[in-house]
Ligand binder design. Structure first.
Ligand code: BG6
Length: 489
């Protein structure tokens, strides 16, 4: 990585960090909240901790917001837990759930921190699954719309930036891992039916936000992993395009153009897939005009050609944090992902590639010309407290610095980017690796073992310790992106 000069960030650029309710809050059965499918899913991921305590943000939110303010945040992206707000099928609103989010929002605003709120981050309530069988039932669309309307009514006077569904593309691509495939008997076809239902949910959220929130803006949150061709062999280029379509582009195209692309419709036709389109669906989708893209981007992938007779291979994620565990997928006749020899990887085999963020921003801007905010980017690592009582996370500082620099370059390239919110503020549970894979600027002094061996969060101090990256990020954001803490040349 080289630094050619100091890139400039807009004066009103939002600097903050990001989280999701089920990964950070804990208190999963506290004050009327009921369980979400992802809570149960997280219980199966031993030896890592489940999410019943997590970072204890439900109890420590005031302290967390005070730390955000000390760091110099101007934004915080978090999600609302559906089952904390609507805990049961009687649709009664849980006053204590509303109170918690009101307190959090008011605390943020008091500290001049703009809330950016995700409506859905992987946490469908269990009561919906019990009643309707999960995402495959179109009844979810009305339930989701009801939940969104409650949120807009309760919080829309103060929250002006809304995000619809977090990483819909990743939920379909990794359906088994994130738990949405539960109850499906033919994932090959049913994932497209679920995807269609999610598109309709997204559309309902966008329409209701514009109707109910004065000056409200809303966008989707794609999980972006740019795809590079392995070589300049023409078929590798087509493979990279295929991978791009099947892992991200078809979702972004649908959000922006508000109808399904020819690529997708032909794929469904050729594979005899019925997505369950009903009359009125196309009209609904057409009405849902988004205001911006919220972009999550951590890494890049590399694709090569896969012949139709190639052996199919599943994408097996590295769940242990020991290098070399990940298995790249092969989709015969479409593409195979492969190792990129030009980039380093972290302990979970994720590519460390800051240029991926500039590439993504350029790519999204060139295709869609919509403003973008970065809602996730970050470095997962094994960490512990050093003998001096501090947490030295130089690798995270290097990652964030190199990535933020690339955001600056993308802005100079002409991309409209209005904020940067890396994952995550405090340590929180990783989707597969619990507390063993940490992302925070603030350390939570607890391990998976400790979380697994207590009955209640009250037995744990869950002490917050500012990491070296906290101090570094604080200087950078207080200087609006000019104090890099490193000589430029
Ligand atoms: C994003 C998700 O894709 O990646 C987060 O929105 C997740 O929920 C983050 O935690 C990092 O992934 P992981 O598996 O390391 O937790």
């Amino acid at each position: 990585m080289y630094y050619k000069h100091d890139p400039k960030f807009p004066d009103d650029f939002l600097w903050g960090a990001s989280s999701a309710a089920w990964q950070v809050e804990g208190g999963t059965l506290e004050d009327g909240r009921t369980q979400a499918i992802i809570d149960l899913n997280s219980k199966t991921k031993q030896p890592f901790a489940d999410n019943s305590i997590a970072a204890g943000h439900y109890y420590h939110y005031k302290q967390d917001v005070a730390l955000m303010a000390e760091c110099g945040f101007s934004s915080y992206r978090f999600s609302l837990s559906w089952s904390r707000i609507i805990p049961a099928e009687d649709h009664k609103i849980n006053p204590k759930g509303i109170q918690f989010y009101n307190n959090l929002i008011d605390e943020l605003l008091k500290n001049n921190i703009t809330p950016i709120v995700t409506l859905y981050h992987y946490d469908m309530p269990c009561w919906i699954e019990k009643k309707y069988g999960g995402w495959l039932n179109r009844a979810v669309i009305d339930e989701f719309e009801y939940f969104c309307r409650v949120c807009f009514k309760e919080f829309g006077d103060r929250v002006k930036y809304w995000l619809s569904i977090n990483e819909q593309n990743m939920q379909i691509v990794y359906g088994h891992w994130l738990g949405i495939s539960k109850g499906c008997t033919n994932w090959f076809e049913q994932k497209w039916q679920i995807n269609h239902i999610m598109n309709l949910c997204h559309a309902k959220a966008v329409i209701a936000c514009h109707e109910m929130v004065e000056n409200g803006k809303i966008g989707p949150v794609p999980g972006m992993v740019p795809i590079y061709p392995e070589t300049c062999k023409p078929m590798d280029q087509i493979a990279a395009m295929n991978a791009e379509e099947f892992t991200e582009k078809i979702w972004n195209d649908t959000y922006v153009y508000r109808s399904y692309s020819n690529f997708l419709q032909n794929y469904w036709k050729n594979n005899k897939i019925d997505i369950g389109m009903e009359s009125g669906d196309e009209e609904l989708m057409a009405k849902a005009q988004i205001d911006f893209f919220a972009v999550n981007c951590y890494r890049s992938n590399t694709a090569k050609d896969a012949l139709p007779e190639a052996e199919a291979k599943e994408y097996l994620l590295n769940k242990k944090g020991q290098k070399g565990e990940l298995q790249f997928p092969t989709n015969p006749g479409e593409f195979a992902l492969t190792k990129n020899p030009f980039v380093e990887t972290n302990d979970w085999d994720w590519e460390i590639d800051p240029s991926a963020l500039r590439y993504t921003l350029r790519y999204m801007w060139n295709h869609y010309r919509l403003p973008m905010i970065i809602t996730e980017n970050g470095f997962g690592m094994h960490e512990s407290v050093a003998d001096d009582g501090r947490v030295h996370d130089q690798a995270r500082i290097d990652f964030l610095r190199d990535n933020i620099y690339q955001v600056g370059l993308a802005i100079e390239d002409g991309c409209e980017v209005w904020g940067y919110n890396p994952w995550s503020f405090t340590d929180l549970l990783s989707t597969g690796n619990g507390m063993a894979k940490r992302y925070g600027l603030v350390y939570i002094d607890v391990t998976d073992d400790q979380l697994n061996n207590v009955q209640s969060a009250k037995e744990l101090e869950l002490k917050r310790i500012k990491k070296d990256s906290f101090y570094w990020y604080s200087k950078l954001i207080k200087s609006n992106g000019s104090d890099w803490g490193k000589e430029m040349n």
